[in-house]
Ligand binder design. Structure first.
Ligand code: ATP
Ligand code: MG
Length: 233
C-alpha cells in the first residue's frame, strides 16, 4: 500500500502520553491515525513484530466487544510506528478533556487546578457507570492487561460506552530475556469459540497469528540472553 506519511498536512485531533492522533492520512472520515511518540519512536522493544501483535490482539478484542473497541485497519512500523483505526464520534465532555490534554502535550499530570476539577468530574462520570466496571472485569477475565484510565473512555452518539485507547499492547519486553504476554490465549480461544462461524473463524485465525508472533518474540529474546551470557563469560 502506498502511504503518505507527511504528518504536517494532517490535523491532530487527540494526544495522550504515548501517541498523537490525527485525522486519517487517507482523509477518510471514518478512520484516525495514531502515531507513537516520545520514547516509543526509537524503542527497539516496540518493533514490527509487536506492532503486528497489537493489530491481531485489537482485531480479536473488536470481534469480542464490537461496540466498545474500535476496529483496527493497519499497524505499521516503517517509516513511522502507527495504527489506523475506526474513528468514533466523541462527546462534548470528552472533547473538552482532550483539548486540555493536547494543550499539555498529552501529559495529564500537568493539568492546573481548574483542569483537574474537570478531569475528576469526567473520571467520576465514567467510574460510576456500571458498564465501565463490567467491561474492565470482562477484559481482565480474558487475561488482558490494559490501561483502564477513565480518560480513555467515552460515549458514542447512541450512548454506548467506547474505549478509545488505540492498539492493545500484546506483550511486555521490559524483562530482557523473555517476553511477558498481556493476553491469555486459552481464555481468548474459549471466548471466541462461543461466537458464530464467521467471527469464530476470523478470531481464531487472528489468535493463531498472535500466538506465533509471541512465541517468535519470546524465542528471540531468550536466544539473545544466552548469547549475551556467553559473550560475558
Ligand atoms: N478511534 C478513535 N476515534 C476517535 N478519537 C480517538 C480514537 N482513538 C483515540 N482517540 C482520541 O485520541 C486520544 C488519545 O488517544 P490514545 O489514548 O490512543 O493515546 P495514548 O497516548 O495511548 O493515551 P494515554 O495517555 O491514555 O496512554 C483519546 O483519548 C481520544 O480522544
Ligand atoms: Mg489514552
Amino acid at each position: 500500500m502506498q502511504e503518505d506519511f507527511n504528518l504536517d498536512r494532517v490535523v491532530k485531533i487527540g494526544e495522550g502520553r504515548h501517541k498523537e492522533i490525527f485525522k486519517d492520512l487517507h482523509k477518510s472520515d471514518d478512520r484516525v491515525t495514531a502515531v507513537l511518540k516520545g520514547e516509543y519512536v526509537e524503542s527497539e522493544k516496540i518493533g514490527s513484530r509487536r506492532m503486528k501483535g497489537s493489530f491481531y490482539l485489537t482485531k480479536i478484542l473488536h470481534i469480542l466487544f464490537p461496540m466498545v473497541i474500535p476496529d483496527i485497519h493497519l499497524a505499521a512500523s516503517q517509516p513511522k510506528k502507527l495504527f489506523i483505526v475506526e474513528k468514533k464520534q466523541r462527546s462534548k465532555e470528552h472533547l473538552e478533556m482532550q483539548k486540555m490534554a493536547m494543550r499539555h502535550g498529552g501529559d495529564y499530570d500537568r493539568f492546573n487546578d481548574a483542569e483537574n476539577d474537570k478531569y475528576y468530574r469526567y473520571d467520576a462520570l465514567i467510574l460510576d457507570d456500571p458498564r465501565y466496571k463490567r467491561f474492565c472485569l470482562e477484559l481482565k477475565s480474558l487475561g488482558i492487561n490494559f490501561d483502564e484510565s477513565r480518560h480513555n473512555f467515552d460515549y458514542d452518539k447512541e450512548g454506548n460506552l467506547v474505549y478509545l485507547e488505540t492498539g492493545f499492547d500484546p506483550w511486555d519486553s521490559s524483562v530482557d530475556d523473555f517476553a511477558i504476554s498481556k493476553f491469555d490465549a486459552n481464555k481468548l480461544r474459549t471466548a471466541l469459540e462461543k461466537l458464530n462461524d464467521d467471527k469464530k473463524e476470523r478470531g481464531l485465525t487472528y489468535l493463531q497469528h498472535l500466538e506465533t508472533l509471541f512465541m517468535e518474540e519470546d524465542k528471540e529474546l531468550q536466544e539473545k540472553a544466552v548469547l549475551e551470557k556467553q559473550n560475558k563469560s
